[in-house]
Design a protein around this ligand. Structure first.
Ligand SMILES: Nc1ncnc2c1ncn2[C@@H]1O[C@H](COP(=O)(O)OP(=O)(O)OP(=O)(O)O)[C@@H](O)[C@H]1O
Ligand SMILES: [Mg+2]
Length: 256
C-alpha cells in the first residue's frame, strides 16, 4: 500500500514542486513505484517541470468526472518508467474537485504503488486543505528566509487538526557559502525552531532553475534514504565551500 505524502509549505515559490518532482524521480530510480499527483489546480506545472506536457491525454478532472479510469490518466516519466504523473486540470474550475473525490481517486491507486506524492498549492485556502486531507503524511518545505519560516509555522499549526502519521521538514535553497560563513540559519536551527524532524537539506543550485535535478544527487540520496528508512541523516551543503578551493568558490559565488 502506498504512503500518501503531501508536499506543502504555505508560502509560494519555496520549492514544493521541485522537491516533490526530484524526490519522486529519485525513488523511481531506486525501483519504487511512485505516483506524483499535481493537486495545484490553479497554477499546476508538474507536467511542465517533468517535460511530459505533450504526453497528457487525461487529467484528474477527467478521472473524477468519469471520462477515464485513474490508471488511464497516469503518464509515465520518460526516464523513470515506474514514476507515473497524474496532472491536474488547466481548464476545469477548481470547484469541481472535492476532497472526497480526490481521495477516491488516490485511494484507488494506493494498492498498486509504494509512494503517492501530492504537490500542494501555495497558501492555506481550500486547495491546501483538499491536498492535506487526502494524505497520511506531510513534508513541509521551507527556505532559510524568515517569511517562509513564519508560513511554515502557520502550516504546522493547521496540520495539527489532521490526523497525519508524520510531519517532517525539508529545508530548500540553502546557500552553502552563506551557511559556511555563519550568515544563514542552519537547517538544524530551523528544524529546532519549527520542532520538526529534518529529513532533507537541499542546496540552491542554478541548474535547478533550468529543470536539471542532477546537481542535487547527494542531497536527494540522503532525503530519499531518510524517507525510505525512517532516518534523519543530514546532507552537508557546506562541504564544497571548505578548504582552499572552497574559499575560492565562496569568493566567486559572492561576486556573482
Ligand atoms: N534548490 C533549488 N535551487 C535553485 N532553484 C530552485 C530550488 N528549488 C526550487 N527552485 C526554483 O525556484 C522556483 C520555485 O520552485 P517551485 O515551483 O518548486 O516552488 P513551489 O513552492 O512549488 O511554488 P508554488 O508555490 O508557486 O507552487 C522554480 O523556478 C524552481 O526551479
Ligand atoms: Mg508548486
Amino acid at each position: 500500500m502506498a504512503r500518501k505524502i503531501v508536499v506543502t509549505s504555505g508560502k509560494g515559490g519555496v520549492g514544493k514542486t521541485t522537491v516533490a518532482c526530484a524526490l519522486a524521480c529519485y525513488l523511481a530510480s531506486r525501483g519504487k513505484n511512485v505516483v506524483l499527483c499535481d493537486a495545484d489546480f490553479g497554477l499546476n506545472n508538474i507536467d511542465v517541470a517533468l517535460g511530459v506536457e505533450n504526453a497528457v491525454t487525461f487529467d484528474l478532472v477527467d478521472v473524477i468526472e468519469g471520462r477515464c479510469r485513474a490508471t488511464q490518466a497516469l503518464v509515465s516519466h520518460p526516464a523513470y518508467p515506474t514514476l507515473k504523473i497524474l496532472t491536474s486540470s488547466h481548464s476545469a474550475p477548481e470547484r469541481y474537485v472535492s476532497p472526497q473525490a480526490l481521495k477516491v481517486v488516490l485511494d484507488s491507486l494506493t494498492p498498486k504503488f509504494d509512494y503517492i506524492f501530492i504537490d500542494c498549492p501555495a497558501g492555506i485556502d481550500e486547495g491546501f486543505h483538499r491536498a492535506i486531507s487526502v494524505a497520511d503524511e506531510a513534508i513541509i518545505v521551507t527556505t532559510p528566509r524568515i517569511s517562509a519560516l513564519r508560513d511554515a509555522d502557520k502550516v504546522i499549526t493547521l496540520l495539527k487538526s489532521y490526523r497525519l502519521k508524520g510531519v517532517s521538514l525539508v529545508v530548500n535553497k540553502i546557500r552553502g557559502d552563506l551557511l559556511a560563513s555563519g550568515e544563514s540559519l542552519s537547517p538544524e536551527e530551523i528544524a529546532d525552531l519549527l520542532r520538526l524532524p529534518l529529513i532533507g537539506v537541499i542546496p540552491e543550485e542554478y541548474a535547478i532553475y533550468q529543470g536539471d535535478f542532477s546537481s542535487l544527487h547527494g542531497a536527494l540520496k540522503t532525503l530519499g534514504n531518510n524517507l525510505l528508512l525512517g532516518k534523519n541523516k543530514t546532507y552537508d551543503v557546506t562541504r564544497k565551500y571548505r578548504g582552499f578551493w572552497g574559499s575560492i568558490r565562496k569568493a566567486v559565488k559572492r561576486s556573482i
